[in-house]
Design a protein around this ligand. Structure first.
Ligand SMILES: NC(=O)c1ccc[n+]([C@@H]2O[C@H](COP(=O)([O-])OP(=O)(O)OC[C@H]3O[C@@H](n4cnc5c(N)ncnc54)[C@H](OP(=O)(O)O)[C@@H]3O)[C@@H](O)[C@H]2O)c1
Length: 334
């Protein structure tokens, strides 16, 4: 008989999460109710937003309670369908895949993967949430225009690697901030003009200034922390800052975000600093995905995955991604 080892939340992390915050429980294979699908997991995605969901602090999405089954983005094959919209054998993507080999998901959350031009797991990266985040944060919130300097943090990651290439496609001048020279070398292959290693830099403000001699017009802030301060101090008049993520706070999630205040700089530059949440752009996903797929098919988007294997590896993969040890979109293959 097949078992269904499932990761549940054991404790809330007070600092950087560790694997001990979860426990692997043997659970029965669940039975779908009307409107639900039983799916066999092929791929799972671990994403930084999950850090907020394992905290009791207030967030834009409701969090997990202790003992809850963990869930998130995944791709799998329908084994049993209690919905007339899906049949066994369909391959679907949903944001409700349990961290387990067999999951029950609401059929309304499932999207059938029919596109054969890219691997199925692309719907968890460049043809899914990270790709869409790059697209809308750069082109809508950042309103990046041809010729402008765009600084992107976590530049080699799932969002950053796509954002840098879209910036290049749109004729902008993309500059990377990443955590290793190896990551920066790959960013350059993608079309980033210059890069700053934020882990070895002795003076981030000066290094950002040197890499962006004309100042920064658009800053995609994927991290918060000292990189945010260095970017703000190099921002141009009428600069735009998209606050996309705060992964630098992963080890102090429930504490105040202490750094410089930029009110005078904001006044002088008349900069626009705007929080970004992908869900707000849902009405336009289809046309954005068409652009992303078209660029991918034309060979304009290179992509990189970092793949862990097996259900046992899920929390390990999540924690290493939070620590910056991933190189490319962190996925788990089952
Ligand atoms: N608001 C939204 O709707 C939305 C949607 C999707 C993603 N996001 C955000 O976008 C950001 C990137 O997500 P992703 O999925 O593409 O992750 P990712 O970049 O693939 O992985 C996370 C990366 O963050 C960097 N990092 C970790 N700790 C850091 C620190 N202390 N300082 C600076 N950088 C650090 C590491 O890269 P380095 O080695 O280069 O430092 C790490 O590889 C996250 O903040 C996420 O929350 C937001």
């Amino acid at each position: 008989m097949e078992t269904n080892p499932s990761w549940t939340l054991r404790s809330y992390p007070s600092a950087m999460p560790t694997v001990e915050n979860w426990v692997l429980e043997d659970r029965p294979i669940p039975t779908p109710a009307p409107g639900e699908l039983l799916v066999k997991t092929l791929w799972l995605s671990v994403d930084p937003y999950m850090r907020g969901r394992i905290s009791p602090a207030k967030n834009y999405a409701s969090g997990f309670k202790l003992g809850d089954l963990m869930y998130g983005g995944g791709v799998g094959e329908v084994v049993r369908s209690e919905s007339s919209d899906f049949k066994p054998g369909d391959v679907v993507m949903s944001d409700y895949f349990g961290w387990q080999p067999f999951s029950v998901i609401p059929s309304q959350s499932a999207k059938r993967i029919t596109n054969s031009d890219a691997p199925v797991q692309a719907s968890l990266s460049y043809l899914g949430m990270p790709g869409l985040t790059a697209y809308f944060s750069l082109l809508r919130t950042g309103a990046a225009k041809q010729g402008e300097t765009v600084l992107i943090s976590a530049a080699s990651g799932a969002v950053g690697q796509i954002a840098g290439q879209i910036a290049r496609i749109k004729g902008c001048d993309p500059v990377a901030v990443a955590g290793s020279d190896e990551k920066l070398a790959w960013c350059q292959e993608l079309g980033y003009r210059a890069g700053i290693n934020h882990r070895t830099s002795k003076d981030l403000v000066a290094d950002v200034a040197a890499a962006c001699p004309n100042g920064i017009d658009v800053f995609l802030d994927n991290t918060a922390g000292p990189i945010h301060d260095a970017a703000m101090l190099n921002l141009n008049v009428f600069g735009r800052v998209a606050i996309v993520g705060t992964i630098a706070l992963a080890d102090r999630f429930d504490q105040p975000d202490v750094g410089l205040r930029h009110l005078r700089k904001t006044l002088i530059t008349r900069a626009r600093i705007e929080g970004f949440l992908l869900d707000d752009f849902a009405a336009d996903y289809a046309s954005a995905l068409a652009d992303l797929l078209s660029w991918y098919k034309q060979g304009l988007l290179q992509t990189r995955e970092d793949v862990a294997v097996g259900i046992e590896s899920v929390p390990h993969a999540f924690v290493r991604m939070l620590k910056g040890e991933n190189f490319g979109k962190q996925l788990i293959k089952l």
